[in-house]
Design a binder for this molecule. Sequence first.
Ligand code: PEP
Ligand code: MN
Length: 463
Amino acid sequence: MTTQTTTTSNGQVPDWTPDSWRSKPIKQCPEYPDKAALAKAVSELKRLPPIVHPREIIELKQHLRDVAQGKAFLLQGGDCAELFDYCEQNAIESKIKLLLQMSLVLLWGANKRVVRIGRMAGQYAKPRSSPMETIDGRQVPSFRGDILNGYHPDERELDPDRLVKAYYHSSATLNYARAAISSGIADLSRPLDWSLGHVRDPVLKAKYEKAVDFLKDMRDFLHTIGAENEKFHTVDLFTSHEGLLLEYEQPLTRLLDDPTAPPSAPRKEYYNTSAHFLWIGDRTRQLDHAHVEYFRGIANPLGVKVGPSTPASDLLALLRTLNPAREPGKITLITRYGADKVASLLPAHIRTVEDSEYAGTVVWQCDPMHGNTQSVGGGIKTRRFSDIFSELQQTLRIHKEQGSYLGGVHLELTGDPVTECLGGSEGLAEDDLSTNYTSFCDPRLNEKQALELAFLIADHYRT
Ligand code: PEP
Ligand code: MN
């Protein structure tokens, strides 16, 4: 059993160090053959500056407190496996624009401020169900994400230099995202492309057009009365990734001043400076294992994936270990059961948390992607838009029935016109999947499907 901890007066967690995870059993851990090269990469990471600042991390935690309390909505999205190649102007811009556009629709629908977190600038490590796979009759190690090995079958050896490459690609991605945002890419007074030509269903189309007209009118109205201020031209975008590869997370974990502490009583905390928000995946959330041990010591807001294999009793133990001070918004529970299981599993998970001392402290977020993956036609991984929407709709309904608040969604999406998920208003069929299937891991919603999901969530709130 994990021991219950509380923070000490200087903000640090007792019996914890950035490397205390090393004494615990660990899942999904790479065995690097070249230990000297690993040590060199890790010491280089230790020397480099933080990628994000504690002030931003705290700011996000404050936004998430608002989400936990039902005052804001959280939109988190991006690729399943981010590649170093996505560190490129168009890919970054299209993702930011899509998240912005979706958040406008959600803002209109839920009538709440929207907090945006990209699964980007660091989402490079992937858990795998099997260490090996067969390609062209040859057994090769599975692709574990660009931070570990390469997708090409000849590049599957673990390469520690990729840890440092991940740092630079993460920094370059975030640098351009910040530059683009501060230069007005997200300027709400700019026209956005709302083309709805692909929507075949006339009832849906009319609904979406109504939303778009409203958003355009609101923009014009604010412009007319001169209500545009600086906030109107820029938006916040926070970054996140699965905290899977602790060899990367540890050297970027720094003991830094807590920016909220008064000058008369300075405090230091350990911050993971590789991203604002990190989550623990479905395969690595064992209570007495290394990942939970590492994450209990850092001050960042954290996500925990919760699925069919999560016993209700583990939920409270996880919250007590990861958030002993019961800070509202510190923990986001990212639920991912599948459309056919959510109704039987989510209510008990909600009751466990909301009937405990953690009532009202967590952000409940729905990931309608990961419980709905299936293989079609000779092993192509896909997801049906209808299953994704069904899990989301059931989750919204169940939270309403239980008197809890669904605070957000967690989506795998891309701004590119990919053909990876089935259905949606374009009516993508199995035969269409090969047209533009470019994911190196799980299937993502394309721009139209992602926007449509935002419209459907908005519609739920408005009806
Ligand atoms: C993911 O978010 O890409 C993922 C692997 O999810 P999960 O841990 O929920 O399976
Ligand atoms: Mn995924």
